[in-house]
Design a protein around this ligand. Sequence first.
Ligand SMILES: [Zn+2]
Length: 297
Amino acid sequence: MINEYQIKQEICEIGRRIYAKGFAAANDGNITVKINDNEVLCTPTMVSKGFLKPDDICKVDMRGNQLEGRKKRTSEILLHLELFKDDPTMMAVVHCHPPHATAFSIAGEDIPSCVLPEVEIFLGIVPTAVYENPGCQEFADTIRPFVGKANTVVLKNHGTISWGRTLEEAYFRTEILDAYCRMLYIAKGLGRVQRIDESHVKGLLELKEQLGYEGDPRKMQNADLCVNTEFGRGYNGGSNGGRSSVPTTQHVVTGTTAQPPQPAPAATTRPSAGGSAPANLEALIKTVTDEVMAVLK
Ligand SMILES: [Zn+2]
């Protein structure tokens, strides 16, 4: 039998982790757990996820009507219910605003694949949903195209949503995605993002099946394994300036910092370069010397 109080405690614990990780500022984010075909436990609106108490957790039906709870249910419940309705195996949903993953959508960058083994196995392709203002059915509808094909989606200019068979699995997918996006950002700062080759990715997808995760849509549809984004290609050409790929030494040689040292070597080579000024100087010295010697004689 389901122990509702225990699930409420688990929701509070995951809320604390989301808040501690910086995935939800102020009252951002929401968490839901399906407890049977008709009922879902969810976080309340306008309460920080870092300080939830089991008593704060609400219960709603599959249309979002509040059944229990002394606080008002989350305003994003429709988004969560969309996933439960379309995928009966999914039991928990986590929505929050992890900064690194959200930054990708703000910058208009898709999440590249074929970079990190954990992402291939635990996430697969991470699509980005189109933008809609939060809270309405149109917003909830933005994730419908990805139900059954993904387990984690970036919400354009908003945040992320991930779902799973358990609450911790749903949360871990968010945590993996944000860590991944952070690594990509750091790697790109170092130069370019290099990818795993497709033959190795095929091996990872086989391992994914052996571990009991649902079939990867890329394998089932015989689709491209690697989402080839501009970010994934990295700075490998001059078209975007190649700022990070140009070795620092080139800047030293050709840039403005190279100019101050130039006069010094030029000055030391000037006398031996044979210009007219040194020749005149020698002639002048000889003339003066000759005149002095003539007077002394
Ligand atoms: Zn949100």
